[in-house]
Design a protein around this ligand. Structure first.
Ligand code: FDA
Length: 303
């Protein structure tokens, strides 16, 4: 349903609706896919997930940050979450978005913020993933990732299979902990594959390369059971040990599949967004799978 996908992506980028959503709390069933507004309530979700045998990576929600003061606020929120995770002894890592901490405001300011987050995380032995956003941020994100990888050993990033350049970058990051995804944004055919079958085939190929070519830990981040089953077959054929990879899924999506994978002995990590800026995140989930609208309908009929 490409029309619906484009509509939800356009809605996710609407600044007015993003601003409005910050004021109303978790609405339309988003509490099923967002861990909480505050750090305290989100830590309780992390504990629930840990008690089900899964680790967590957190995402401080928020995009469209254009003021330095807002970027500092978001960075502090991330630092406070890292501290709270350490205080509570929960099994969680961080996922950060560079546009939230100044990428589009001032390059050096952004780099300084990333270093502060990586230093704080390193002090508590925590891994930080630098998420990959849309293509307009891609080159500067990669530049910062590469610089940080020379300075820190607790940092990794994401490869999006729809981007042509991931076929090269997978070799660059083969010895680093890397999350592999299909890609969530609408990108130009000059830079990205457009057909689902091509994106899926490129995705499986990237995973195979990352699992076998280097020493890096591979995070297979998908809800696609067909790809997960293909990859489990490949992992078994190649005798890849379970401590070299994990499956990652978003909080609230395909919970039964998450549990099944844990029961089969695989590492599963749940990506849990938190904070009041849930709107763009939720719209992108609807763009990926319009059936997720069920979450909205269920919440409306319940209330
Ligand atoms: P896709 O949406 O292609 O679905 C394939 C099939 O899986 C469906 O046809 C259906 O059969 C099944 N399926 C999928 N969702 C289902 C559901 N909810 N219920 C039942 N069946 C379902 N993107 C990005 O650009 N940068 C990033 O940094 C990240 N980070 C990230 C972290 C994590 C942990 C995840 C899981 C994903 C991301 N993504 C991302 C998003 C990613 O790029 C992609 O857009 C989504 O994961 C959707 O693609 P899938 O591979 O999950 O399956």
């Amino acid at each position: 349903m490409p029309v619906l996908r484009d509509l939800f992506i356009a809605l996710s980028e609407n600044e007015m609706l993003n601003d409005a959503s910050k004021k109303v709390g978790l609405k339309f069933g988003t509490n099923k896919v967002v861990g909480g507004i505050t750090i305290e309530e989100t830590i309780e979700r992390f504990k629930d997930i840990n008690s089900q045998g899964m680790s967590v990576t957190f995402d401080n929600l928020g995009e469209f940050i254009t003021e330095k003061s807002d970027a500092v606020k978001e960075k502090n929120n991330i630092l406070n979450m890292i501290q709270a995770i350490d205080d509570h002894g929960v099994d969680a890592s961080a996922s950060i978005k560079l546009t939230q901490i100044g990428l589009h405001i001032d390059y050096d300011f952004c780099v300084e913020n990333v270093r502060e987050i990586l230093d704080t995380a390193r002090n508590v032995n925590m891994f930080v993933n630098i998420d990959m956003e849309n293509y307009s941020s891609h080159d500067t994100t990669v530049q910062i990732v590469d610089m940080m990888m020379k300075e820190y050993d607790n940092v990794g990033t994401v490869l999006q299979s729809y981007l042509y350049n991931s076929a090269e970058n997978v070799y660059k990051y083969k010895d680093h902990r890397t999350r592999l995804v299909k890609g969530a944004y609408k990108e130009n055919p000059r830079v990205a594959l457009q057909k689902k079958d091509d994106i899926d085939a490129a995705y499986e190929q990237l995973i195979r390369i990352h699992l076998t070519e280097g020493d890096g830990f591979t995070s297979i981040a998908t809800h696609d059971h067909i790809i997960i089953n293909d990859m489990i077959d490949f992992i078994n054929e190649q005798n890849i040990p379970n401590d070299k990879f994990e499956f990652q899924m978003l909080y609230g999506f395909r919970k039964e599949l998450q549990t099944e994978l844990v029961e089969r002995g695989y590492n599963v990590c749940v990506y849990i967004p938190f904070g009041n800026q849930w709107y763009a995140y939720f719209m992108r989930r609807l763009a990926e799978r319009p059936q997720n609208i069920n979450l909205v309908l269920k919440s409306i009929t319940k209330d």
